[in-house]
Design a protein around this ligand. Structure first.
Ligand code: SF4
Length: 933
């Protein structure tokens, strides 16, 4: 690592051979300049501050900056943050995967026959395809894959904005990558409250499930170790004996996909043994809310009187012995002590009397099926272990961290709801060292304010902030009992139908062939009572998805992949997309700095600058609490541009070509008029923003204006330091979802407004909601969490394929880095149990076929006794072209969605950006593994 300054400060001793060696070594690390950097890629918490060192115009090294300040002297600081991918980042800068000129397909798609073209030719032809699509189908025929934007906010934003202005669509990133936890959302009405990573230090227990933090949280894992020094116990629940288990105090092996049974059984013990925190349960959850036994739905004010609210619910007041309204504007029941148990009678508006019980009573009834002995039959966890876990968690402060794998099971919602029930019963959120863990974005309002700007400058910023305030006040006036958080969410919901970002379920259904998969009975939950299409069509007929675009009559024609890799990531992979979506496309464009599988199959490849060749921001996360900045350290290759530059050129080309064919104005499918003659002015805000530096400056300035930072903070100060801690979360709905103030000298604990200030949650009942009384949830028997077996997705095959990130792929960008490949076997694999392998005659490192009804891929096997018999683990992130037949694990994934997630129309079951929507699953896929003849 660079240890001295530039060469003028590196005077070495020259006494003999050692001196010469020293001089050579020092010369190797000589550098001319150093720049702040981070890696703008989808790793959590990510945003690790680095320093990049440049000599003679080339990056020669990078190292962890380790410059974060101590926040709380009693808590270890964040330094140094980093991982091996970050340490090797610049290797890819000069790798053969770099594309150095715009390319156009010269043969069939995917046959690697390219011609080098000029930017003018590439952008002219792409612009023409876009105009053709508008004229043939409408602007919705132009679609941009919603990816995390490997390259940060200045990668995804420029193209997203351009496609929005012409009326095209972007798919919601949270469904595309499926990092959306339906279980967290169903419970809290938001999926993203996330405490900072240093808050872990306060935990007395940390339960990891569906997670292998030693691999996936390298930069933050030290907090788990430090929490142990502070007295915490670490519990790892996992089907396989992952490398994290050696750092855990308890390893609980579990049958894949059965966590709901475990969570419910722990809850059963907590209740049976009286170990739950009743005051917390009564105040913070919906469990005291009364349910009508005749309908199994909440007792509502509209049941009791004409004109009554449908969202006014009731509890039984144990003091006054009467039914009383659950307050709407606060969680504080005041003098009322709501009952958790018992059976009561309510008189309806028509004079009938019905029996009502607190939801807690129905929960107890359900948990009868989850005694430790019964749960053991479902999840394989020993009953004594379940009891021991329940007693261990009771009365302690702790967190249950449901990792990303938990979102990717068919019944992930049930699993997560069951774990959250454990947290609810033990009073474990809103207090230091507690809560569930999630990803989130907050603390950088500039990019969001920018979208509304009609001119540059702070006066315009203030206009937008004032306008926003006015709209929020209107929502408040509609219902003064709503909280500030609810008003922000309602505003997002109101905007959703007009937004060009759409939940992609409809794109997949109509245009990517998933209608066939989703309608396969045998791949669905066997308890589903009707055909998939009945639910799908009902959800549309009842208007639950007003932004269900593109419709069946809007076939995609132009497809942009900007910084992502749909052919690798999409469940079903090439098997799914090449046969369904690709034939519909007249033009597929990949925008990236390196050749990857989607690029190989595209019609045009537009090469962009690598991270260290442009300025960039990773999206900031509450886990880290800081905005970090990645500066331009070196010039990009001469025929390579950054995304802003390309998008401006493309806007100019669209306007020019549209004028030539006389296409000035058109309407999108919602009747919104779109103009192209002033496209460049609108895109650049009348010429004010034509480059990334100017946009970045405006974003930082506007974030300061909105309160994220001190009012005088700017890009220069950020560049100097490399990062800045947030002063406030800001104005977005996801920011409000943190439900906590930022304190200068404290770790961040989400949910504090709810627990300390008794502020209601943005759910139907305004409490953490374990009972979902939507008619579909009742039909499914999932009004309360329960365990259901993972469906046989992929067919009736003997192995269950699970996944996760491997040590080298918490993101996939460096998966082909030569340096990283040299740290392992250098190729993909599937991991399987040696007994299974011996039975099938398979040896370590042998190529095998993995097959199911979706397809086949060939992979070397890695044998490990840590993997359960009957399980194979295919760690993800590998490029399909790294496999022998250029097909990978995604090619046997089915991409099933759960029919229940099309439910909508009431309470918090309504879409807003990144939130409630159907998402595809890829864990627990059934496969066969066999020797190759
Ligand atoms: Fe940190 Fe991600 Fe960079 Fe690794 S790749 S050093 S986790 S930002």
């Amino acid at each position: 690592m660079p240890i001295a300054g530039d060469s003028s400060t590196t005077t070495a001793r020259t006494n003999g051979q050692a001196g010469e060696w020293l001089n050579r070594y020092r010369d190797r690390w000589r550098w001319d300049d150093a720049f702040p950097a981070t890696h703008c890629v989808d790793c959590y918490p990510g945003n690790c501050p680095y320093k990049v060192y440049v000599r003679d115009g080339k990056v020669v090294a990078e190292e962890q900056a380790a410059t974060f300040k101590v926040i709380d002297p009693t808590v270890p600081d964040l330094n140094p943050m980093g991982c091996q991918k970050g340490a090797a980042w610049s290797q890819m800068l000069y790798s053969p995967e770099r594309v150095l000129h715009p390319l156009k397909r010269a043969g069939e798609r995917g046959d690697a026959n390219w011609e080098q073209v000029t930017w003018d030719q590439a952008l002219t032809e792409i612009a023409d395809h876009m105009l053709d699509a508008i004229e043939e189908v409408g602007p919705e025929a132009i679609i941009k894959e919603g990816t995390p934007g490997e390259g940060g906010l200045l990668t995804s934003f420029p193209f997203g904005r351009l496609i929005e202005l012409v009326g095209g669509l972007s798919t919601d990133v949270n469904a595309v990558i499926n990092d959306f936890s339906t279980g967290i959302y169903l419970t809290y009405g938001k999926f993203d409250p996330a405490s900072s990573i240093d808050d872990f230090f306060h935990s007395e227990f940390i339960l990891y499930t569906h997670m292998n933090p030693v691999y996936t949280q390298i930069s933050a894992y030290h907090y788990t170790a430090e929490a142990r020094y502070n007295g915490a116990e670490v519990i790892l629940v996992a089907p396989d004996c992952s490398p994290s288990h050696t750092h855990a105090d308890y390893f609980v092996p579990i049958k894949p996909g059965t966590d709901a049974a475990l969570g419910l059984s722990i809850s059963q013990v907590l209740i049976e043994e009286g170990l739950y925190e009743a005051p917390f349960v009564k105040e913070q959850t919906d469990l005291p809310i009364l349910i009508r036994l005749d309908t199994r739905r909440f007792l509502r004010e509209s049941d009791l009187k004409d004109g009554g609210r449908v969202d006014q619910f009731y509890v039984w007041d144990t003091e006054q012995r009467q039914i009383t309204p659950a307050p709407l504007a606060t969680l504080d029941y005041g003098a009322v002590d709501p009952a958790l148990e018992g059976s009561y009678s309510a008189e309806l508006k028509d004079g009938r009397r019905v029996e009502v019980v607190p939801a807690f009573e129905l929960l107890k009834e359900r948990l009868v099926d989850y005694t430790p002995e019964k749960a053991h039959e479902m999840c394989d966890v020993n009953p004594d272990t379940i009891r021991r876990l329940a007693r261990k968690l009771a009365g302690k402060r702790g967190t249950i961290f449901c990792g990303g794998t938990s979102f990717k099971y068919y019944h992930s919602d049930l699993m997560v709801r069951a774990y959250l029930l454990v947290l609810g019963l033990t009073g474990n959120w809103g207090r230091k060292g507690t809560g569930p863990g999630e990803w989130s974005v907050a603390g950088f309002d500039g990019p969001f304010i920018f979208g509304g700007k009609q001119k540059a400058g702070l006066e315009e910023t203030q206009r937008i902030l004032d306008m926003r305030e006015t709209v929020i006040n209107l929502f408040h006036d509609q219902d003064p009992t709503r909280t500030e958080e609810m008003n922000h969410i309602e505003m997002m919901r109101a905007m959703a139908p007009a937004m060009q970002m759409v939940p992609p379920a409809f794109f997949w259904y109509y245009h990517c062939g998933f209608a066939d998969n989703w309608n396969r009975r045998e791949w669905n939950d066997p308890t589903m009572q009707r055909e998939f299409d009945e639910y799908f069509n009902e959800s549309l007929d009842r208007g639950w998805w007003p932004n269900a675009r593109p419709g069946s009559d809007q076939p995609p024609r132009v497809y942009f992949e900007v910084g992502g890799n749909a052919m690798r990531r999409t469940r079903g992979g090439q098997n799914q997309l090449l046969s369904s979506l690709w034939p519909k496309l007249k033009c597929a464009v990949t925008v990236d700095w390196r050749m990857q599988t989607t690029g190989l199959l595209s019609d045009y490849f537009l090469p962009v600058a690598h991270h260290f060749e442009k300025i960039a921001f990773m999206f900031p996360t509450p886990q880290l609490m800081n905005l970090t900045f990645s500066d331009k350290a070196v010039e990009p290759p001469p025929d390579v541009k950054d995304e802003v530059e390309i998008a401006v050129l493309l806007a100019e080309k669209i306007a020019e070509r549209a004028k030539a064919r006389g296409l000035t104005e058109y309407a999108d499918s919602r009747g919104v008029a779109r103009r192209l003659d002033d496209l460049v002015d609108r895109y650049t805000v009348n010429g004010a923003f034509r480059d990334s530096e100017t946009i970045a400056r405006e974003w930082v300035q506007d974030s300061a204006a909105s309160g994220n930072f001190d009012a005088d903070f700017n890009l220069d100060a950020l560049r100097e330091k490399g990062y800045q801690r947030f002063k406030s979360w800001g104005i977005g709905a996801m920011a409000k979802s943190q439900a906590a103030d930022i304190k200068d000298d404290e770790t961040h604990t989400a949910f504090r407004w709810h627990v300390e200030n008794k502020v209601p949650y943005p759910t139907l009942t305004r409490r953490a909601q374990f009972y979902i009384d939507h008619e579909w949830f009742l039909e499914a028997g999932e009004e309360l969490p329960c365990h259901k077996d993972n469906p046989a997705q992929g067919g009736d095959y003997p192995f269950v394929m699970t996944s996760g990130h491997n040590r080298w792929s918490v993101h996939s960008m460096n998966i082909v880095s030569k340096v990283l490949l040299q740290t392992h076997r250098g190729k993909p694999n599937i991991v399987m149990n040696p007994d299974d392998a011996a039975r099938l005659g398979i040896e370590d490192d042998e190529d095998v076929e993995i097959t199911n009804d979706m397809g086949v891929f060939i992979s070397p096997v890695k044998l490990s006794p840590g993997v359960r018999p009957g399980q194979v683990v295919s760690y993800n992130g590998w490029e399909p072209y790294q496999y022998r037949t250029w097909k990978g694990a995604s090619d046997v994934e089915t991409g099933m969605v759960k029919w229940l997630h099309f439910a909508g129309g009431e309470g918090h079951l309504r879409y807003w950006a990144l939130q409630w929507q159907p998402v595809p699953f890829d864990r627990g896929i059934r496969v066969n593994v066999s020797k190759i003849d």
